[in-house]
Ligand binder design. Structure first.
Ligand SMILES: NC(=O)c1ccc[n+]([C@@H]2O[C@H](COP(=O)([O-])OP(=O)(O)OC[C@H]3O[C@@H](n4cnc5c(N)ncnc54)[C@H](OP(=O)(O)O)[C@@H]3O)[C@@H](O)[C@H]2O)c1
Length: 262
C-alpha cells in the first residue's frame, strides 16, 4: 500500500554557493576539513555571515525544523569504501532509536562508509539512514555506539520513505536538507524539494566535477527544468545574496496555494 504524499515532511533545502553554484573547492576537498573550510571562507566577503544568520533565523521562525538531513559525502570522499564487510542488513533488520532528543541529525549512508566519532548529544541525536544492502556489521557498530538508524530502502536509501519514517518516528514536519550536490540532486529528481534557500557569494570556483549544490542524475532527453517561485531576495552590502524560492508544485499541505510570506 503506498503512503499518502502528505505524510512526508516539507523539505527546505539550504546551500551556500559561489556564483557558479559550487559548494566546495574541488572534488576531493570537503568543507569539514579545516584547511578547506579556511580557504572556502577566505572567498566570502564580510556580508555572508550575516546572511547565513538571517537565513537560519527566518527558517527557525517560519518552520521550526527539528531534523537536518545530510549525505555521506559531507563526511567521506567520493571514493571511500566501507570498512565493514559481511552480509547485508536484509529485510528483517529493525530500526534502532536508542533515545529521544529535541533535534535529529539524519545522514544518508546506505553503503556504511562513515566511521562516526561524534555520536550526538542531549540536544541532537545522530540517526543514520541505511537500507537493506547496508552491511549488517555497520549497523551493529552503530548500535554499540548508541547511534540510531532507520532501514529505509532496498539497494539504496529510499529518500521518500526516509522522509516518511522521519515523520513517523520523530514527528518531523519540516526537514532542512543541508547536504552537497549528490543528496540534493537525488531529492530533486525524486520530487522531494519544496523550498530552496541559496546564499550566494561573489566568487568563482569552476572545474568539471567540483560539487555544485545540485548534482545527481542529469535530465533525460526531453526532460524539463523544475520551475521555482521566487519569494524573497536579501542583498548583502558586499555583493552576496540570500534568495528564497518555492518549488512551483505546491506541497500537498499548502491547501489554498503556497503561503510563505517574504
Ligand atoms: N556549501 C554548502 O552549503 C555545503 C553543504 C554540504 C556539503 N557541502 C560539500 O559538498 C561536498 C559533498 O557533496 P557530494 O555530492 O560529494 O556528496 P553528497 O551530497 O553527500 O551526496 C552523496 C550522498 O547522496 C546519497 N545519494 C546519492 N544519490 C542517491 C539516490 N539516488 N538515492 C538516495 N541517496 C542518494 C548518497 O547515499 P549513499 O551514502 O547511500 O551512497 C550519499 O549519502 C563536500 O565537499 C561537502 O563539504 C557543501
Amino acid at each position: 500500500m503506498s503512503t499518502p504524499l502528505w505524510s512526508r515532511p516539507r523539505v527546505v533545502m539550504t546551500t551556500t554557493a559561489s556564483v557558479d553554484g559550487r559548494v566546495t573547492l574541488s572534488p576531493a576537498e570537503r568543507l569539514l576539513q579545516p584547511d578547506v573550510a579556511r580557504r572556502w571562507r577566505d572567498a566570502w566577503p564580510p556580508d555572508v555571515e550575516g546572511l547565513l544568520e538571517q537565513r537560519e533565523r527566518w527558517i527557525r521562525e517560519h518552520h521550526a525544523p527539528t531534523v537536518v538531513l545530510e549525505g555521506s559525502g559531507t563526511f567521506v570522499g567520493r571514493d571511500a569504501v566501507s570498512r565493514w564487510t559481511g552480509p547485508p542488513a536484509g529485510a528483517e533488520r529493525p530500526d534502532h532509536v536508542p533515545r529521544s532528543t529535541p533535534r535529529v541529525f539524519a545522514v544518508v549512508d546506505g553503503r556504511g562508509r562513515v566511521d562516526w566519532t561524534h555520536t550526538g548529544d542531549d540536544e541532537t541525536s545522530l540517526v543514520v539512514l541505511a537500507c537493506r544492502a547496508t552491511p549488517a556489521a555497520y549497523l551493529d557498530d552503530l548500535e554499540e555506539r548508541g547511534i540510531g538508524h532507520l532501514v529505509v530502502g532496498d539497494r539504496t536509501v529510499d529518500l521518500a520513505l526516509a522522509l516518511q519514517r522521519l515523520a513517523a518516528t520523530f514527528g518531523a514536519t519540516v526537514v532542512v536538507a543541508d547536504g552537497g550536490g549528490g543528496i540534493n540532486g537525488a531529492l530533486l529528481r525524486a520530487g522531494l524539494v519544496d523550498e530552496l534557500h541559496v546564499v550566494m557569494f561573489p566568487a568563482l570556483v569552476g572545474g568539471l566535477g567540483t560539487p555544485s549544490f545540485l548534482d545527481g542524475d542529469p535530465l533525460g532527453p526531453g526532460g524539463r527544468a523544475v520551475a521555482l517561485r521566487p519569494f524573497g531576495l536579501v542583498r548583502g552590502d558586499a555583493g552576496s545574496t540570500w534568495a528564497r524560492y518555492e518549488v512551483a508544485r505546491a506541497h500537498p499541505d499548502d491547501v489554498g496555494g503556497p503561503g510563505l510570506a517574504p
